[in-house]
Ligand binder design. Structure first.
Ligand SMILES: [Zn+2]
Length: 259
């Protein structure tokens, strides 16, 4: 008799297991599919009868910092985005003989002063550059390359990697600077080259420039984006909030603006 009971029990267990596994049963178990669906949705507003009030748009001061082309600090200047010769420049002298956009000049002076206090003697090499001066530099580079044996078109193409033709240089805006320090200057003079990235001034700028609104404009490995080779000495004013985000994210102005 015991055997029969055992067999009966096993058969019952198998039947119960099969029933549990069947889709029909699991639906029944979960109850009405519509109900279960609703419970998984996000909570509905409790007062369904009342019309939903539309939230007022954030005012510009409340909104997160979004890059706007109208923001003078974010003007993009490159080969693809040349500057009009009518671009208004209001300049102010910084240090001796260096001209900078008057709206950003104080931040530049503050940065130079802060570096000095940290024992870093920054030295400006180039700030504002007129269209005429850009022209002069560019043709000078092309000529040098022609002398080195390049064909004309090749020379122009190569020169563009190093010096922006007039209207395509950030220096034409008065918002860019080439900066090294006295230590580098003693070793290399005004000749700007990548060894600058081995000097303490380079590290100081990477760590502090954004606090004054400046970004490293042509980082290493970003030539495909900027069209300009690595320039550890070239900084660009974009204002503090933009600079901090750009430097923290390790991106370029192009990427920040969505180009
Ligand atoms: Zn530069």
């Amino acid at each position: 008799m015991k055997k029969i009971w055992l067999v009966g029990l096993v058969v019952l267990l198998i039947a119960a297991a099969l029933l549990l596994m069947s889709p029909t049963f699991s639906k029944i178990w979960q109850g009405n599919p519509e109900e279960s669906n609703e419970s998984s949705q996000e909570a509905q507003p409790s007062s369904k009868e009342e019309p939903l009030e539309e939230e007022p748009p954030l005012s510009s001061s409340e909104a997160a910092v979004t890059p706007q082309e109208e923001d003078w600090r974010l003007v993009l200047v490159s080969r693809e985005h040349p500057l009009s010769e009518e671009y208004p420049v209001q300049l102010q002298e910084v240090e001796e003989d260096f001209l900078f956009d008057e709206r950003a000049a104080k931040d530049l002076e503050d940065m130079l002063g802060a570096a000095w206090q940290d024992g870093i003697e920054l030295r400006l090499i180039s700030t504002y550059r007129s269209f005429a001066r850009s022209e002069e530099l560019f043709t000078g580079k092309v000529e040098a390359l022609l002398e080195s044996g390049l064909e004309y078109e090749e020379a122009v193409r190569e020169a563009q990697r190093w010096i922006a033709p007039p209207g395509t240089s950030e220096h034409n805006t008065g918002l860019a600077l080439d900066v090294v320090d006295n230590e580098y200057y003693e070793d290399y003079g005004g000749y700007l080259n990548t060894p600058f990235s081995r000097y303490p001034a380079y590290r100081w700028l990477i760590e502090n420039a954004a606090d004054f609104g400046f970004i490293l404009r042509y980082p290493e490995d970003k030539e495909a984006v900027t069209g300009i080779t690595y320039e550890p000495w070239h900084y660009r004013y974009v204002g503090r909030e933009h600079a901090k985000e750009i430097m923290e994210r390790g991106i370029t102005l192009e990427e920040y603006l969505g180009f």
